[in-house]
Design a protein around this ligand. Structure first.
Ligand SMILES: [Ca+2]
Length: 533
């Protein structure tokens, strides 16, 4: 019979004591995602903006990693946010890939995956949306923390939600041993803006740079300054949140990510796949996890890479179906510039934005972005890119001004018909104004990028490429609809396109019983006729 020495017994005892301690003190990082609404990458100080003052972002950029080439999956709120939450491109997430529809339950989202592994989730401000959640009990971004409001805000268009105070409530409610995963969804810089509020609050109009796809006038300059003020508001709440974390001794083990869902709400920006529609700010800081700080990377990354990054940082298995790739190797690297040579392109797309066409049709686009080029495929070029009464463009002073001058080159670019293919050389044409697609010199590049795009979309099972693209036009819109011709009910699948999609799926041998179940359930639910506007 063996006997155990006192030393061995002590060692085993100490081992168990240590393990119990380690299990209690959860050292996994907290995750704070700060996501602005409708902000193009260039409008933060760290990217060179001269009129928007964002000291918090700029400081984070020095403490972390700044991504020069980050793109969202789609230039609209709901699809971009759904892609970020699922780690998948918009053509891989069914209804959630289109604006103001629903979010199928089978799609896994990172806040819920982390919650299952012991994280405490929550959000303030704007979560996933707009849209409806017939299959889910709560927003995919997590439980809501929106009780606190502010007595005054600098401009009428700015939300009175006290995001930073709500974050404090969230931290107070968190069980002590749990790491957190928080979504700070600022409503800024979504329209409407209070006209003149930027200048009134100290933005000098002579510092404002108007992007060259807009006419440079007093009015657009003022409009762009009003947008800048809203970005500054976003920055100021983030400053308060970081100070709170620091006070609690938790800042150094928190992954802080700053980005936005899509580009600025101006003509030819938001709801477009040009640079100012899909090129996003992205800053990741994490004092304990990133050793080589203050780096700027040129790797092409997508916001769909964030979900797998968070899972990897938390030691949680990344689901196989996620198309995004973890950014951890980039964060852990010590290099500047280009780290991973395979990260030399990203994709983006769009489907229906608002109700702006007969039968509630969308304007589907797929695009590939490389260091030099943006290649854009307009899948239905016979449709209007901005729709009836140009309603796919958010109402704004700049938009009204351009509509009054429809013969101008810029108005034609913003609202006019577009060809099947577009190609822009970003080096010589950063505002994407000169389409090279019909120039014979660029034919080889056009063909190469077009083939690459198609290959990637096929890999992702895009219905628009596989041959049942009308499924996107079948999805319901839960926000208001307009009195436009054809199918225009709100909250209802379009029966004609459902049938077309099902017939085409059948002939392709594709089955999707969950879609059929959602359509069938939807028939029992109330819908709304178009509102008067
Ligand atoms: Ca948005």
């Amino acid at each position: 019979m063996r006997t155990h020495s006192p030393i061995r017994i002590l060692t085993v005892f100490l081992f168990f004591l240590f393990s119990a301690f380690a299990a209690n003190a959860d050292s996994r990082p907290n995750i704070l995602l700060a996501i602005g609404d409708d902000i193009s990458w260039h409008h933060m100080g760290a990217y060179g903006s001269e009129f928007v003052h964002t000291p918090t972002f700029d400081k984070l950029a020095k403490q972390g990693v700044l991504f020069n080439n980050a793109y969202c999956s789609a230039p609209g709120c709901s699809p971009s946010r759904a892609a970020l939450l699922t780690g998948k491109y918009i053509w891989e997430i069914e209804e959630a890939g289109t604006h103001a529809a629903n979010f199928p339950k089978h799609l896994k989202v990172y806040p819920e995956l982390l919650e299952a592994e012991g994280y405490f989730p929550g959000y303030t401000g704007k979560p996933w949306g707009p849209g409806k959640l017939p299959e889910r009990d709560r927003n995919p971004a997590g439980p809501e923390f929106n009780n606190r409001t502010m007595d005054s805000v600098p401009a009428k268009g700015i939300s009175n939600k006290d995001y930073a105070a709500n974050f404090k409530d969230f931290l107070d409610e968190r069980p002590k041993k749990k790491p957190f995963v928080f979504w700070f969804g600022a409503h800024e810089a979504h329209r409407v803006f209070e006209q003149g509020s930027g200048e009134k609050n100290g933005i000098d109009l002579s510092d404002v740079t108007v992007p060259a796809f807009l006419p440079d006038t007093e009015l657009t300059r003022e409009d762009v300054a009003d947008y800048g003020l809203e970005i500054q508001w976003f920055d100021s709440h983030l400053a308060r949140m970081l100070a709170e974390l620091k006070k609690r001794g938790e800042l150094s083990n928190t992954i802080v990510v700053v980005t936005a869902d899509n580009g600025m709400a101006f003509p030819r920006a938001k709801a477009n796949n040009y640079e100012y529609g899909v090129h996003m700010p992205l800053i990741i800081a994490w004092a304990e996890g990133i050793e080589a700080e203050g780096r700027r990377l040129d790797d092409f990354v997508s916001l769909i890479d964030l979900a797998p990054t968070f899972l990897e940082a938390a030691g949680v298995e990344i689901p196989k179906e996620m198309s995004g790739r973890s950014l951890m190797p980039l964060l852990k690297s010590e290099l500047d510039g280009r780290v991973d040579p395979t990260r030399n392109f990203v994709l983006s797309g769009r489907e229906r934005h608002t109700h702006a066409r007969k039968d509630n049709l969308g304007y589907p686009i797929r695009a590939i972005h490389t260091a030099k080029y943006n290649y854009i495929r307009n899948i239905h070029p016979e449709r209007s890119p901005t729709g009836i009464e140009y309603k796919d463009v958010d109402a704004s002073p700049s938009h009204s001004f351009m509509l009054d001058d429809m013969d101008s080159k810029l108005s034609k670019l913003a609202y006019g018909a577009r060809p099947l293919e577009e190609l822009y050389d970003k080096e010589s044409d950063p505002y994407c104004l000169n389409n090279l697609a019909s120039n014979p010199e660029y034919k080889p590049i056009l063909e190469k990028l077009g083939a690459r795009l198609e290959e990637e979309l096929r890999k992702g099972g895009d219905p628009r490429i596989l041959g049942y693209g009308e499924i996107f036009d079948s999805y319901p819109r839960y926000s208001t609809t307009r009195n436009y011709p054809g199918f225009n009910e709100s909250g209802r699948y379009n029966p004609e396109f459902v049938q077309e999609a099902l017939d085409n799926m059948k002939s392709l041998g594709i089955e999707n019983p969950a879609y059929e179940a959602r359509v069938s359930h939807n028939k029992t639910q109330p819908s709304r006729p178009p509102s008067r506007d």
